[in-house]
Structure formats: structure tokens, C-alpha cells
Ligand binder design. Sequence first.
Ligand code: LLP
Length: 425
Amino acid sequence: MNTSTLSGHPFVHYSGAKLHVEGVALETVARTHGTPLFVYSKAAMLSALAAYQRGFAGRHAQICYAMKANSTLGVLQVFAQAGCGFDIVSGGELARVIAAGGDAGKVIFSGVGKTRAEMHQALEAGIACFNVESEAELAVLNDVAVERGCKAPISIRVNPNVDPKTHPYISTGLKGNKFGVAHERTLATYQRAAQMPGLRIVGIDCHIGSQITDSAPYLDAMDRMLDLVTAIEAAGIHLEHIDLGGGLGIDYNGDTPPPADALWAQLLAKLDARGFGQRKLMIEPGRSLVGNAGVCVTEVLYLKPGEQKNFCIVDAAMNDLPRPAMYQAFHRIVPLNAHPNRSAMLCDVVGPVCESGDWIGRDREITAQAGEYLAVLSAGAYCVSMSSNYNSRPRAAELLVDGDAVHVLRPRESVTSLFAGEQLR
Ligand code: LLP
């Protein structure tokens, strides 16, 4: 049988004409579990993680999976069992870490709007570090910790003013973004934090954006961070760790981000050259650990040829796959059954939601007929975690493939569960 993998997706391949994730034929699971259906490869997640682990071999480093990318418990469990910590942005995410068997002691808490209740919850759980994003937040966290009679471990998230050259909605380290403390204010903010009785300074943090496909912005950010570390330590404040955030991109459409181990070889060379090679490192990767480990299988409902445009209407929609509608993002769309001899129709692949913004792919060559299946690739990150019930559409089911084994991580939502908590007058 001929086997061909898809570029950027080492664990998704055609075996003969049929698309597989690891040892599992997608058409078989689509018939059993229905569509839309998310299918993840455990081996793909672990192989993405291994690239970081290779990069950090022999160093003191903690990988904290940024779970906003995909917070399904069974996905968190894979990373928890592999020794990862987690980067969280809400009390809800912390509850998920604990429910998945993750270690709260390896959790770091990012985000510009942490509430007092969330601070209490995280201190109670004993998280590793709060990445504090403003001077106002610093004062409130101090207050909460004093009230509890403890010291909150903190890093200040620095806004290094580096352009990650990515979509404006997902660049976070520029002066005009809401994130972090301005580079110029950082030293003064650390000095203020050092005076607060409820805080224990443990590190420094930055995150410059997402879907970054070049190492240059990381190298710039690292230089700026090390300048700050030098200045902060000269003021007598020791920093145990340096957190460089997440953001490494994946191959959606021929994109060529540096492999994680190659990127870190460059960054570690810089750290070594500047005398920081032994410092503990933290990172917060999300997309690069799960993005290309997942596909979304969808059934073609109707082909609708038109005068100006042809449409291929599928049963997945913007509520399942919000990235095209939100960021004009590109996801490859391939058939579950390859038909090399069929002629293709050039069309927009769209969902059933009542919005013109509900598209999944534009101007694609589609060979599938109604009743056949397509796979939307690179659907492991920021799809289910950003999904909604818009148009009263139940959320899709999620499966984890491990070799030939299939595990249901989340059954399809039932319609009645959507309004189970609502009340009539
Ligand atoms: N750390 C912090 C503080 C973050 O804000 C983020 C992502 C990450 C880590 C993980 O970044 P990653 O390694 O996944 O690039 N919904 C958008 C992406 C939003 C990213 C927000 N922050 C999308 O679908 O492209």
C-alpha cells in the first residue's frame, strides 16, 4: 500500500486513497462517531514536545503548555504525564489542570485581568508563579497574599516592544498592546514589588505573539530580557528563572517556522554568550505542541454551484472552526478519500451558520461529493478551545488516537444539554 504523509503533519497520512491519523482510518471513525469530529494524534503531540525537550537537553528548563490552545482534559493529561507544567489564564483553566491530574506546583498564571477570586484560588492551589501584567495587579496580588498570610511568587511580564511580524490580533509584545509592563518601567516595577510584603520575586517573563515563523523576534526579545535581568540584578533583586513565553508557529500553508530545537539552539547560544546559560528557563508553547496534531472531519452536505461562486456546504462551521472568520486564517482542506481522477470544483467551503463570515476555506479545489468527508488540517490548536454553541449547535466530539487505539475525549454535546441550565419564567 502506498503511504504518503502530508507536509507539516507527520502523523497524518494517506494509506492508499484513505486518510489516516496514525493507524486509524478517519472514515471509519467518522461513520462511528459522526461529524463534525476532531481527531488528535497522541504521537504528534509527544513528538512536538520532544523537539523542545531535545532543545533543552542538559539545561534546567520547565515547559508549561499554554492550555488555551486546547484545554480538553484528555489533551492536558498527555502533557501532564509527559512532565509538563501549564500556562493558565483563568481560574477555570486551573480547575481543568487539577481535574486532568496536572501538578499545580508547575502552573504559571498569565493574563491582564486576574480577579481576586482567581488569585485566592491559585494561592490555595500553590501555583509556581503569577506572571503579573501591571502595577495595579501587583498591588492587588500583594493585598490578597497578605490577607492569606502568604507570599505570592511572581514574575513581571515585560512588554519588550518587539514586532513578531504576525497577525495584529495575535501580536502581544508591541507598545500598543494591552499586555505586560513597558520595558522602560520594568526595573522600577521590580523595585516596587521588592518592597511589598506579600510578594516573592522569582522570575521575569515575556510573550511577544503567536504563529511566529522567524527566529529573529525571539533573539531580539531575549536580548532585551537579558539587558533587564542585568539591570534588575544590579539593583539587588535575584531572578531564579527567565520565561520567554510561547508563540512558535506551525505549518498551516507551507509556513516554515524554525523547529523548536533549532530555535532553542540559537537562543541558548545567546544565553551562554551572555553568561546566563545555567539560569532556569520556562516557556509557554501552545499552538506548536498541538496545532498539527489535530484534524477536523466534516461531511459535505451540499454542493451549490453559482454564477459568481461555487459553494461546498459542510457540517462544520465557524462555531467549530472560528479561526478563518476571526483572523482570515488558512487551514488546508483535504478529502478523506483521494480521487485523483475526478475533476475538482473551485469553491468556497462554508458551514451552515447564518453569517457570510462563516467560511472555512476560500477558492479551494474540492473533489468530494455530497455525503463524502473532508478533513480540515491543523485543527488541534485554537479550534475546540475557542468553539461556541452559536446557532444552538452542539460542540463536536473529540477523539485521541494512540497507534491503532481510539479514545473518546469528549462525546458530542447533546442539544438538550445546551439549555439544561436555563429557566422559563
Ligand atoms: N503565553 C501567553 C501569555 C499567551 O498569551 C499565549 C497565547 C501563549 C503563551 C501561547 O502562544 P502559542 O504558543 O500558542 O502561540 N487564538 C489565536 C491565538 C491566540 C494566542 C494568544 N496567546 C489563533 O487562533 O491564532
